[in-house]
Write a protein that binds this ligand. Sequence first.
Ligand SMILES: *Cc1c(COP(=O)(O)O)cnc(C)c1O
Length: 357
Amino acid sequence: MKKHNFYAGPSILSQYTIQNTADAIINFADMGLSILEISHRSKQFQAVMDEATALVKELLEVPEGYSVLFLGGGASLQFCMVPFNMLETKAAYLNTGVWSTKAIKEAKIFGEVVEVASSKDRNFNYIPKDFTVPQDVDYFHYTTNNTIYGTEIRKDPDAGNVRLIADMSSDIFSRQIDVSKYDIIYAGAQKNLAPAGVTIAIVRDDALGHVTRPIPTMLDYRTHVKKGSMFNTPPVLPIFSALQTLKYYKQLGGIKEIEKVDLAKAAKLYETIDSSRMFVATVPDHADRSIMNVCFVMKPEYAELEKDFIDFATTKGIVGIKGHRDVGGFRASLYNALPMESVDALVACMKEFQSNH
Ligand SMILES: *Cc1c(COP(=O)(O)O)cnc(C)c1O
């Protein structure tokens, strides 16, 4: 049976990415060797790194003066690398969920943290609007898409003249962004790009080198800028897979075209939820709703049917829709590689289940 993969992360990848990765594990670049057993310094792998870097720049229209890095350690290591490299005295953070909270915890190791606003009072089911970013901070950090709660900030917040840093782990490549507004953008690969193991960081070169503390070599962005992400052995296979996804995105027509489809997928599912008597979206304000992670629950009078719905969906090949334990209910992740056909399957499944009860 065809599977409809709604997992939140690691999550669905394009068949193009998976097939080409499988092929390269057997025979990479006609070397007669697996990509798993060759030097990262070979000219064949250097070509992969160069092309992946160029395609990130092309797809996201990264301006001059920025470096694209492929790092290890996940987005979670960026929670610490960002303040290590950027926080001299004080930084501002917007708290919109678990990932923001974790980023704030790390920043506090390095200096003072001003939490400009938080949506914790309502279990992070909205985006705080009324906040001002103090202008005496080293940077302002926020999470663009809150994977767990299904909220998303699709418009760049106004940070005045303060450096802007964003965790875009779960919505990078799903919408057009103006990179020039940012000093650092980072994203773990396993939501919209590649298997787990590599993290993209896009850094403004002249934003680095302004803190006075010594930085361990591996945690210093400048090391990786200088060595083109080859200071040490990079995560070779995830980078190869990332390149396949980037090529696939380019074939689709780039981010603009991808964004149109992503918006249409999310609109279809939210409409189904909003017009249903059984389901309700956990994020009430439409403007705050994530295009990538659609969170919904059973209305109280149907709450006991939650498990039955997941079981019913499983019989239709629908997997990965159980909500995060902090929210409950259901979460359908609609990452770029998920086809409209899978959204249609979920919508049909919800309607059929509803008419059965
Ligand atoms: C998944 C996720 C993370 C954590 O990524 P790791 O690579 O597991 O460290 C951080 N931020 C956001 C927004 C995420 O979705």
